[in-house]
Design a protein around this ligand. Sequence first.
Ligand code: AHR
Length: 504
Amino acid sequence: MKASVIAHRDFVVAEIDDRLYGAFLEHLGRAIYSGIYEPDHPTADAQGMRRDVAELVRDLKVPIVRYPGGNFVSAYNWEDGVGPREKRPTRLDLAWHTSESNAVGLHEFSHWCGTVGTEMMLAINLGSRGLDDARNFVEYVNGPTGSYWGDLRKSHGRAEPFGVKHWCLGNEMDGPWQVGHKTAQEYGRLANEVAKTLRAFDNSLQLIVCGSSNSDMPTYPEWERTVLEHTYESVDYISLHMYFRNPAKNTANYLALGEKLDAYIGAVASTIEHVRAQKRSKKRVTISFDEWNVWYHSNVQDRDILGGAKGWPHAPRLLEDIYNFEDVLQVGCILNTFIRRSDVVRIACIAQLVNVIAPIMTEPGGAAWRQTIYYPYYFASVYGRGVALRLNVRSPGYDADVADNVPYLDIAGVHSEAESTLTFFAVNRHPSETLEAAISLQGFAAARLIDHRVIAHPDLEAANTLAMPDTVTPQPGSGIVIEDGSLQARLPPLSYQLIRLALG
Ligand code: AHR
């Protein structure tokens, strides 16, 4: 099977925002406790943070991490997580039916962000709480000393403001499962008042209003229109979420879900334009896709805890999806979609980062390892910075549940002028045929191959586990030929490829 691609230096989508490779950490299961934080662990630093986990995160070059939820945030009192640890209350977490010790809160999380070289993106509780708490929280985090909240922060050991720029105005407020769920009208009005108030404190804050929890929500896409009509001039981003699943074990349909993601982004981009036109506004709101990942492997085993049959356990094993090789292909396609839509998707956060539907897993007291999906995320984050190319792709396709003529070749291209490199991320979705891809390189200086990695495995269900952490790993690729401005590659059936070229 053959496919052809034209990559022209001048055909660009946008400069990719580094924040496209963000992540998310929630007080949920073992994401925090025995995930990033485990004071008794042999690698723990003076603050109790696991150095082995921090190292794996640092390698990913995660630019921003959303925290502390998620559904958790909608009944969270941020004050519980600051001040002397011995005085912090243990609370019942209504979102996940667990107990929250509050041993980790804002200050500890900020320390961790410093050690892994990332920035905090904080979510505000607009479920059980409202305007006043939002205002107090932002003043505590960013306000000057000499004021009540700034002085309180100082008394907790931090005189200097944290300087957090990104603020999520609630979480999934369209979801009936959310504590404090609201209609679009109720939420839009509240979010606008909160945004106005936060702007009165600091007009330069980056504010993210909740869009739909997924594109199957009955309120989608009216939700986006209504919420943006209320908030258009006071926010910067609208947040979208989507999780991918394959319970039917239908690989073709599963790997076509990128088309659904693309349609979702396209519809919300159009809704943004609709409201912008209605408002006669110059301003451009863009998308923060601040929760995305595969999430379904752990659904059955989680039922007891979520249903309350286990009481209120602290940091139990929840949402611990064990990812397989098939999920590598899916995550590769998702990231390619974000790169191709980087004109409108400016922020995206893999949900989540450690233990809970995560690329990194840990054993309490033991090892930390990379799940299969760590690798496509790593490659995109490390090598997917620069300008996204508008590739012209001709590939045979197949009909799936969510779309017809889904191209077997899923590909994204990134040109980094600063590094003089051209990088392609490619997935062959065909179950049995090798794809012979010809990529015509136009307008670029002479290219030479500097890296070619392949992720492939005969078993779609192969996974990396504590006992076998390296079952699915990238391997050196072979067979790429670059001649007369054309790159020829043979992509094995159901494989992921990273192809990097040096220019000039
Ligand atoms: O990431 C897990 C959960 O998924 C989040 O808490 C929630 O926002 C979403 O429904």
